[in-house]
Write a protein that binds this ligand. Structure first.
Ligand SMILES: [Zn+2]
Length: 861
């Protein structure tokens, strides 16, 4: 073979003139978007049965050019993996390096250019397992697997052919149109797709079972690897129904038919995300869809939501795609926003306003209250950094912001604006500003100005309330003051309904907040309320510092608040006030212990139970845990006994399992794990038993080694078995074994299965082992950049969270601060990742520094 490759090696070498530089820069993307037209990829991959053998590939890129122009392909592999480049059938010399293949202008021609590459695919984005693999190319990882233009606004038509071991299934964006058997292999060909961004192109192949169903005249296929046939049977109809309902709803809302022809989805064990919206072939984390009998109401809702979310992406994101990844939040917000609208009718028994509140606000605040928060819309100079745009700010805050926009415009005008936008940009790309322009045409409101505080800037407002009473204890006024905690004097215009509490009732007063000082209308002469809760109707967004009377009342009587939504909002507000050191953790714990026994709404109970567990491990010292533990355990056992449904019981049981420390409690859990004792009304599935075994081991329950050994034997599902075996060393009572378990993560090979790594990190850094685990914090920080460069998009954040969640010591807080101080040139986004993950640690270890600028209140009633 006569191919000469000129290798550019590393950044130390002088770059050739006009070298595109590493990654996919905004400049390169723009150059390519201007010249490339009518793009097609014909792709062939040969997947060997042995996963240590490389995947070989061939791609023919058909590139339309108006005039001769250099073509810079992305391909992030060593040059020797590129075996051949041909243009128009002739072998050519090209420049390879920096993750690019540069075809010089003189080798191109006006019109159609056929560029052919033979190459070895990198495994990084192929997620290869012994008998299956799947691609995951978001945000710009296709270039690890094959030469392409890896940017969202160069949409291409793909024709894929896969040679796979005999007996394997395969699925991709296009439907399968031919299959032929060869010795020991099958060749599967797929039809050409409509125009797709590289991050949405995908395939999966391997030993999968396929379930098929027809709904509304359309065939749906579900690929999965679940070995428990009962589990599949129990879940399959619900899964198909949820997809069909979401799809019908979206066709009606958008007035655009489902754009991708066939509809397949693949359930993948330990998938990196809840789901990924590959057009026509959605990938899901199997455990989110195939639920156990013990599934909670929240898990059922989460499942419906993730299905509606990914299905919404078929329009929002796949059909119309952001031009550049700085607008990645748009597709996420629309998917979440539509999901909330879609899921509601399927769960008539659920309080959806409360669900919106609890699904989005606490998580958005979890980032937006910290020094590491980021704006919804961020600048992005290179796709190498795109992964860091993802997080609760786009997944949780943006839907809240979008609901505010819909409230401001009115639901019909908003929907009509979206329909026009989808129709105008179908199979193309658009920016947030393209949408803002279309909405601005439909309203007298200045959407561009509104967008600045909410979308372009980071952080949230801090509100205080000022309640004025006359001599007869009647209201004179209620004032709301908003302040920008970051000192920029920003104002967040928003629609709220302020809740005033009275015995047995809640009165809601609508208010449009447009400036830093707002007076709530129609309050004069009203009777003095028991409490004023500006966020009490589940709309207001920000830190709401409670006035002393409202704070005292809610801590003493929150269970008397008659509406579930207002109670939920009160809990979220109280928790914020705990973090701001305006309420002590003891006062919150007392209120929770008292009110939980009377909480009738499962969503609220779940939320408060999760606060209780966070409070217990993060905010209490070991001595406080010892004092409060027995009372807490008794309260949780009583709740478990009282709970009526399987899902309620699971919520109480799981919290009990997470916090139990007493000898009797551990003995009881051990009996449950041994199946010597049954919790009436609660069925424990394999994953529950696995968690039980891990929790018993971290407590060093008598015979913990035997427990882990037996659990490994007992585990039937091969994927769960492998994960369990991987995690076990992190549970050892021998510190040396745990140190080796951590040391594994220095090697990228041992970090490939990210959920396994995160579970190991959580147990290594479990609060019961935090003293020993302090030594892991600095190395984990040192590894973060590497983790970011080699891992998937959520991994750096979760890596940090799993490392720090178990810590509360001033030493570890200092370790984190010292690390940041020692690295002034550290990338800002990663710095934010650390600051957000360390926020609660800072608040606990060094109260008064992280959050509240105002002095902490000395005590609470
Ligand atoms: Zn999404």
């Amino acid at each position: 073979m006569a191919l000469a490759l000129t290798a550019l090696s590393g950044e130390s070498q002088p770059a050739t003139p006009g070298s595109p530089g590493p990654g996919v820069s905004a400049v390169l993307a723009q150059e390519r978007a201007e010249v490339v037209r009518d793009l097609r990829y014909e792709l062939t991959f040969t997947i060997p049965a042995d996963r240590r053998q490389p995947v070989e590939g061939r791609v023919v890129a058909e590139v339309g050019l108006k005039a001769r122009h250099r073509l810079v392909f992305d391909y992030v592999q060593p040059p020797e993996r590129l075996r051949r480049v041909r243009i128009g059938g002739r072998d050519v010399n090209v420049v390879v390096g920096d993750g690019h293949i540069v075809i010089p202008e003189e080798l191109t021609a006006a019109g159609v250019n056929r560029v052919e590459f033979e190459f070895t695919a990198g495994d990084e984005a192929l997620n290869r397992n012994d008998d299956f693999l799947y691609t995951l190319f978001v945000p710009a990882r296709a270039r690890l697997a094959f030469p392409c233009f890896d940017q969202p606004d160069l949409k291409a038509r793909y024709t894929l052919s896969l040679r796979v071991p005999a007996g394997w299934q395969a699925v991709s964006n296009g439907s399968e149109h031919a299959r032929r058997a060869e010795p020991d292999a099958s060749v599967i060909e797929f039809v050409e797709t409509p125009p797709l961004s590289t991050y949405l192109f995908a395939f999966a192949a391997g030993r999968f079972s396929v379930e098929t169903a027809v709904r509304g005249g359309r065939q749906f296929r579900m690929f999965h690897r679940e070995t428990d046939a009962m589990k599949v049977a129990r879940n399959r109809d619900a899964i198909f129904d949820l997809h069909a309902r979401a799809l019908a709803w979206l066709e009606d809302y958008t007035k655009i038919r489902y754009p991708w022809g066939k509809f397949d989805f693949v359930l993948i064990p330990s998938f990196q995300f809840g789901g990924m919206e590959h057009a026509g072939a959605i990938f899901y984390n199997a455990s989110g869809l195939l639920l156990d009998e013990s599934a909670t109401q929240n898990q059922l809702l989460d499942r419906a939501s993730v299905i509606a979310h990914e299905t919404s992406h078929m329009w929002f994101g796949d059909l119309v795609t952001m031009r550049w990844f700085n607008d990645v939040w748009m597709k996420e917000v629309f998917a979440n926003f539509m999901a909330a609208k879609i899921v509601n009718p399927s769960f008539p028994q659920v309080n959806h306003e409360l669900r919106f509140l609890l699904a989005y606000y606490p998580q958005a605040y979890q980032v937006d209250r910290t020094a590491g928060t980021n704006p919804i819309r961020q600048e992005l100079a290179n796709l190498d950094e795109a992964g860091q745009l993802y997080g609760p700010i786009i997944y949780q805050k943006a839907p809240i912001v979008m609901r505010q926009l819909e409230l401001m415009l009115g639901a019909d005008r908003f929907r009509d604006g979206l329909r026009a936008y989808l129709a105008k940009y179908s199979y193309r790309n658009a920016t947030w500003l393209d949408l803002v322009r279309m909405l601005d045409e439909r309203t007298p409101i200045d959407v561009t100005a509104w967008s600045r505080a909410w979308v372009e800037e980071r952080g949230r407002p801090a509100f205080t309330t000022d309640v004025k009473l006359d001599a007869h204890d009647r209201l004179v006024s209620i004032g709301l003051t908003q302040r920008d905690p970051l000192g920029r004097h920003l104002v967040w215009p928003q629609q709220m309904r302020v809740a005033l509490g009275y015995p047995g009732t809640v009165r809601e007063l609508p208010v449009s907040v447009a400036s830093d000082m707002t007076t709530v209308p129609k309050t004069r002469g009203l009777e003095r309320p028991l409490y004023v809760l500006p966020a009490g109707a589940g709309l207001g967004y920000g830190l709401f510092v409670l006035d002393p009377d409202s704070r005292d009342y809610l801590l003493a009587h929150i269970e008397d608040v008659p509406t579930a939504l207002t109670r939920g909002a009160a809990w979220v507000t109280l928790w914020d006030n705990v973090l701001e050191s305006r309420i002590t953790s003891a006062a919150f714990a007392d209120a929770a212990a008292r009110a939980l026994s009377q909480e009738t709404d499962e969503q609220n109970a779940q939320r408060v139970l999760s606060y209780v567990s966070r409070l217990f491990w993060r905010f209490m010292t070991p001595a406080e845990r010892a004092t409060r533990g027995p009372g807490l355990e008794a309260m949780l056992r009583a709740g478990l006994a009282r709970a009526k449904t399987q899902s309620e019981k699971a919520a109480w049981f799981n919290t009990y399992r997470d916090v139990v420390l007493s000898r009797e409690g551990v003995v009881w859990l051990d009996r449950v794990w041994r199946r010597e004792e049954k919790v009436p009304g609660l069925t424990l599935a394999e994953p529950d038993e696995i968690t039980l075994a891990l929790e018993l081991a971290v407590r060093e329950a008598p015979g913990w080694e035997e427990i882990l050994r037996v659990q490994l034997e007992r585990t039937l599902n091969p994927d769960r078995k492998a994960r369990f075996a991987f995690v076990v060393p992190a549970l050892s009572a021998d510190p040396a074994v745990r140190e080796r378990a951590f040391a594994r993560f220095r090697s990228v090979e041992n970090r490939r299965r990210e959920p396994w790594v995160l579970e190991s990190l959580q147990y290594l850094n479990h609060p019961l082992r935090e003293a020993h685990a302090r030594q892991f914090v600095r190395p984990a920080l040192d590894l973060l950049r590497d983790v970011q460069q080699t891992g998937d998009i959520f991994f750096p954040t979760r890596w940090m969270e799993s490392t720090l969640a178990g810590h509360r010591s001033p030493e570890v807080a200092k370790t984190v601060r010292d690390f940041l101080a020692s690295q002034p040139q550290y990338p800002q986004r990663l710095q934010w990742t650390i600051l957000t993950a360390a926020d609660e640690l800072f608040r606990v270890a060094t109260p008064g520094i992280a959050g509240a600028e105002a002095p902490a209140l000395p005590n609470t009633p």
